[in-house]
Design a protein around this ligand. Structure first.
Ligand SMILES: [Zn+2]
Length: 396
């Protein structure tokens, strides 16, 4: 084994307990979307303790920790907000315990995805100790608001903070596989305009509920014929809400709207998805729109974007993927599993909107994300920290 690889592995192993304890503390601080202030402070402290060269917050409150001072920029990203615990009865232990036992760190966010954050802090520690190669800077980002609006934090980093890495490693859970894409998604609303009339004489009116109902049945059929991609799978669409309005319960309904959850596969875009839905409802007085997200960060800054999260994938022979495979083989002496996420990540803003490649590698299994009794293997944390550090060292 190459000397530097052995050294990275040895350091990652040596920091096993530090990494697990750091994660435990991050889990113990509840950090729902928009309430990440306290966990951001803890992450900054952990980065400073690890010997990072510079640690600060951006305007949205994401943590930006830097090691090295070269011109080329590699970023490693972990979002630090989590979803809520859900029904407590499904948990066999306290959701925010951060308990370390039997080789696991337990609790909400351990997999999705504070485990990635703890592992990347240790990677920064290893790099600070070994020295970042000349000409390279590694930026570790602990980002906010991902669970509500994936990619928003990175839109801010790129467009408002004017930071543009050449590549981003996404540390969302991959069970130590190398991920090179996921389906995109978008949220659409279709509104139908009817005409109310007395309920005793429906023939005088135009019932918006009937318009919406016809559209719903067409959406069901549309789902069946959406395209398929061998790597990413099939695009999908479903009606997730139906709301109607009427002047009275004794009147013809004069408004209705449906909410569509659309998952996009390769080759499907906002334009194609909108056109399909417009086609379905062209016979009705209906409007189709993509919804907007706009919320306040914990810093008080309000920011938003359209709820369109494009599909992305890197080709299997992309240099960023090839490097990831080589790093994996060097460290673990076996072939990596190259795959994709089922869910969506920050990569949507980075890769598709801003054309910066992303590659995914993270501790823990994605099936535990948003599930009760979430827990991450400490072994995964150790391996991920070694992977991020060696990846940075192999950039030059
Ligand atoms: Zn996540």
């Amino acid at each position: 084994m190459e000397k530097i690889t052995a050294k990275v592995l040895q350091l990652a192993e040596g920091y096993r307990d530090v990494t697990a304890r750091n994660l435990s503390r991050l889990v113990q601080i509840k950090s729902l979307t928009g309430g990440e202030g306290e966990v951001a402070a803890e992450l900054q402290k952990q980065m400073r303790d690890a010997g990072f060269d510079d640690v600060r917050l951006d305007g949205l409150g994401s943590v930006l920790g830097r090691v090295g001072k070269g011109k080329r920029l590699l970023a490693v990203d972990a979002h630090i907000d989590t979803v809520d615990q859900g029904n407590l009865e499904n948990w066999s232990e306290e959701p925010f315990s951060g308990r370390i036992a039997n080789g696991f760190v337990h609790g909400r966010g351990s997999v999705d995805q504070k485990g990635g954050a703890a592992a990347m802090v240790t990677a920064g520690r290893i790099l600070a100790e070994l020295g970042v190669p000349d000409g390279l800077t590694v930026l570790f980002t602990g980002t906010v608001m991902e669970e509500d609006c994936d990619g928003l934090c990175w839109k801010y980093i790129i467009e408002e903070e004017k930071i543009r890495p050449e590549l981003v490693i996404i540390t969302e859970p991959t069970a130590l596989g190398i991920y090179r894409g996921h389906r995109g998604r978008m949220e659409m609303r279709v509104s139908f305009k009817g005409l109310s009339a007395h309920g005793s004489a429906p023939e005088r009116g135009k019932n918006a509920i009937y318009m919406g109902s016809r559209a719903c049945l067409e959406v069901e059929k549309l789902n069946e014929r959406l395209r398929h991609d061998d790597f990413l799978g099939k695009g999908s669409v479903t009606v997730s809400e139906f709301v109607s309005g009427s002047p009275s319960l004794c009147a013809v309904a004069d408004s209705a709207r449906i909410h569509l959850d659309r998952r996009l596969t390769a080759g499907e875009t906002k334009e194609t998805a909108l056109a399909e839905v417009r086609e379905l409802v062209c016979a009705e007085p209906a409007t189709v729109e993509v919804l907007q997200y706009r919320e306040k960060a914990y810093t008080g800054k309000e920011y938003g974007m359209e709820k369109y999260y494009p599909t992305w994938k890197l080709e299997p022979d992309h240099p960023a993927v090839a490097r990831a495979e080589n790093v994996f083989r060097s460290l673990f002496a076996r072939e990596p599993r190259v795959d994709k996420w089922t869910f969506s990540t920050n990569a949507i803003a980075i890769t598709d909107i801003h054309h910066i490649p992303c590659v995914g590698f993270g501790p823990g299994n994605e099936v535990m994300a948003h599930a009760p009794n979430e827990k991450v293997p400490v072994d995964d944390l150790v391996k991920a920290s070694a992977f991020y550090a060696l990846y940075a060292l192999r950039m030059m």
